[in-house]
Design a binder for this molecule. Structure first.
Ligand code: SF4
Length: 412
């Protein structure tokens, strides 16, 4: 199909709407409804269009042959060259140059009210990795909507691993569907960059904490969660819900990424939303400073010492009106709250034979009931009763599995 298409037609990625009439067929796709597309263009006889930005359900599915053609990555070249000529850095254009891009699954069952993805009731198989994999590109990124809801997720991960290329799921993974098995397999993959999940609703806090605990049992890798803000409301309740989620994520050594729903623009607290996002979405600040310290640092750099910068003004304004919320959250520091930073395991994923023997000895005492709760806690915090090591020992048959809770300390 690919070679036939190449020989039969000339293809180009158009960078503007000029001269559309000279093409036999123009395919136009629009993802977001806030992107305005000229109606006159949509009425042109040679223009075929679709996407959730135009049709609530995305419109008609593309023909099978189109969906399952290997992407022609050279289509990006004119755009990339133009941007490089304009002085943009190559790293900014890396998505177009370094990645094979595709979907292995499509669809999602959740139908979140703010999401355009409502066409399907479940996650279904879409394509094998080989269909869009270009061996000349060093990385793979995936647009799957809700990969962890796909029953055959393990097979897809095996296909991805076989390429030898680091990969990443760009849309975020559904942490609510995390299991021990998924966490174990995913954490051992050649993953590219941070793992990304989502924590959209504060009502899910209990479930998300449970799942983060599962995740952190297996993975100490960089982990971010999208935090939706200004969606349910744009008042102090929403601000508090954002901070509750930030505090929860800090605890599990995860970085929040604040997503602002567009209604934040109409809120009295607009500057606060902006500055919470500036703080969280730049991990170099988030990892080192509390929200108060971040705002104070902004004020220190503020040129006019007679006035307040927007960050400091927004923080002090909120604090004067809602001191209880501010007292709870404005001084939290990632390094002090993170469990991994306080009790992390330096030998994670690569325990030596000596370490495993040490662990076996303590785990055997724990499994036989010789350790009381206090001793078990002491051993856990002293990193002599490591959960992952315990599991590896059990898998290897060195440690009897009968009735041993693998998270004896944290969950009770
Ligand atoms: S879980 Fe994600 S993909 Fe699924 S409906 Fe919600 S936001 Fe959309």
């Amino acid at each position: 199909m690919e070679s036939n298409l190449s020989t039969l037609c000339k293809r180009a990625l158009l960078l503007d709407y000029e001269g559309l009439e000279k093409y036999d067929a123009v395919f136009l796709s629009c993802v977001f409804s806030f992107t305005k597309v000229n109606e006159a263009i949509l009425k042109m006889p040679n223009v075929f269009y679709g996407g959730t930005g135009i049709f609530p359900d995305g419109g008609e599915d593309l023909p099978f042959e189109v969906e399952h053609s290997c992407p022609d990555y050279t289509l990006y070249d004119p755009y990339v060259n133009r941007e490089l000529d304009l002085g943009r850095r190559r790293s900014v254009l890396s998505d177009y140059l370094d990645y094979s891009i595709g979907f292995t699954t499509r669809g999602c069952f959740r139908k979140c009210s703010f999401c355009v993805n409502k066409k399907y009731d479940k996650v279904h198989f879409h394509a094998h990795v080989n269909e869009f994999y270009d061996p000349s590109r060093p990385f793979i990124y995936l647009w799957d909507d809700n990969f962890l809801a796909f029953p055959r997720w393990r097979e897809v991960l095996e296909e991805l691993q076989e390429t030898g290329r680091p990969f990443q799921f760009r849309q975020g993974l559904d942490i609510r569907l995390m299991t021990d098995e998924k966490a174990r397999v995913l954490s051992r993959c050649r993953y590219h960059g941070d793992f990304i999940f989502a924590f959209d609703h504060v009502e899910d806090k209990e479930l998300i904490e449970k799942k983060l605990l599962v995740w952190r049992t297996w993975a100490d890798k960089g982990t971010r969660l999208y935090v939706l803000s200004a969606y349910d409301s744009q008042d102090e309740h929403d601000i508090e819900s954002v901070f509750v989620r930030i505090a929860t994520l800090m605890k599990y050594d995860c970085i929040p990424y604040i997503m602002r729903y567009e209604s934040y623009k109409d809120s009295y607290w607009r500057p606060l939303y902006v500055n919470i996002a500036r703080w969280c979405n730049q991990p170099q600040f988030f990892k080192k400073k509390s929200f108060r310290e971040f705002c104070e640092a902004n004020q220190a750099y503020h040129k006019n010492k007679e006035t307040m910068c927007s960050a400091y003004k927004a923080m002090t304004d909120f604090e004067s009106r809602f001191p209880d919320i501010a007292a709870k959250y404005f001084d939290l520091r990632f390094e002090e709250v993170s469990i991994l930073r306080r009790f992390g395991r330096p030998f994670f994923n690569t325990p030596s034979a000596d370490e495993m023997n040490r662990q076996l000895s303590v785990w055997s005492q724990f499994a036989s009931g010789e350790l009381d709760r206090q001793s078990a806690l002491t051993a856990y915090y002293g990193k002599r009763l490591d959960i992952v090591c315990g599991s590896m020992l059990r898998e290897s048959g060195k440690l009897g599995g009968g009735g041993v809770c693998r998270r004896p300390i944290l969950c009770h």
